[in-house]
Design a protein around this ligand. Structure first.
Ligand code: NAP
Length: 275
């Protein structure tokens, strides 16, 4: 099994890139799951899946753009079937907390017949440094329909560490790891910590779901706005206001703190260009 590659779907993304790097550094053969890889993988082209999964021992699945998008459940189900046919041994799914569609996908993976690990993650800290909230941080205004809800924001490096363990060690088989950061934080507090680290004002602006929908429509159109507003309605209603113990259970250590994320991201220069 060790000479067979591990397929990392989303290997150029926030979690996948870190997982691919870590596996590579440890000497595990990897196959990049990217539309631009030598053997391309495209969620929109199911005809690419069989070749991408051929001869693979394990697969990390991060779905793009989000498991809440229409069609995601069907694609996850179809992918598991191709993986079973290709005799893949183990599948590690990145899922989201408190999301109905994500949990439907988890159930598909649980019953597909492969060894599996489910990583159910809270909000990513790297949304602020590499994702759709980077520009708002540079702008000094983070507008979200989150009122004063507190979220245990997680550093994606911890998700990557859990995924690497799950892909390479036996003991994570059949586990559901609910992975979160170590602190419940309001978005006001997150903005204040970003501001203190960056040395420029960054404010959290609570907005209504309708205002959020209108701003998302401007950026990505009505369909994208509908899906993302739906995700916010589901996940920012207080249901996720508790800490998970997935990082501790999988890795026997505490998760990284948001303050450490801020320091590392600032040092990388990601927020420097507006200076
Ligand atoms: N953001 C959060 O706070 C959060 C919280 C919990 C769970 N999640 C889950 O995290 C997952 C995303 O993971 P991530 O943030 O690590 O990924 P990501 O950074 O959003 O991007 C993953 C990669 O997807 C690839 N991609 C785009 N379109 C594709 C297509 N049609 N077929 C195949 N690949 C495609 C791109 O690679 P190429 O251009 O190289 O193809 C991109 O680099 C989502 O399913 C979401 O539900 C997110």
């Amino acid at each position: 099994m060790l000479d067979q590659p591990i397929l990392v779907i989303g290997s150029t993304g926030k979690t996948g890139s870190r997982i691919a790097t870590a596996l590579n550094e440890r000497g595990f053969p990897i196959r990049h799951g990217s539309r631009n890889a030598d053997i391309p993988f495209d969620w929109e082209k199911p005809e690419t899946w069989e070749r991408a999964l051929e001869g693979v021992s394990s697969v990390y699945v991060s779905y793009f753009p989000d498991l809440a998008f229409p069609g995601a459940t069907q694609k996850i189900e179809a992918l598991t079937k191709v993986a079973v046919k290709a005799r893949v041994k183990r599948l590690v799914l990145l899922s989201g907390r408190g999301e109905t569609h994500a949990q439907n996908c988890e159930n598909i993976v649980k019953s597909c017949g492969l060894e599996y690990t489910l990583i159910r993650a809270s909000w990513f800290a790297q949304n602020f440094s590499e994702g759709y909230l980077r520009d708002p941080v540079l702008d000094g205004k983070i507008a979200l329909p989150a009122r004063n809800v507190r979220e245990p924001i997680i550093d994606v490096n911890d998700i990557a560490d859990v995924a690497v363990a799950a892909l390479t060690e036996e003991r994570h088989s059949g586990q559901l790891y609910e992975v979160t950061g170590p602190r419940l934080m309001s978005f006001d507090k997150a903005a204040a910590e970003l501001s203190a680290t960056i040395g420029r004002p960054v404010r959290y602006i609570p907005i209504t779901f309708d205002e959020f929908h209108a701003s998302m429509t401007e950026i990505g159109g009505e369909f994208i706005a509908d899906v993302f507003t739906g995700i916010c309605r589901e996940t920012l209603d207080g249901r996720n206001e508790y800490l998970g113990d997935g990082v501790q259970r999988a890795l026997n250590r505490k998760p990284r703190d948001f303050a450490d994320f801020c320091r590392v991201a600032a040092a990388s220069g990601t927020w420097s260009e507006a200076a």
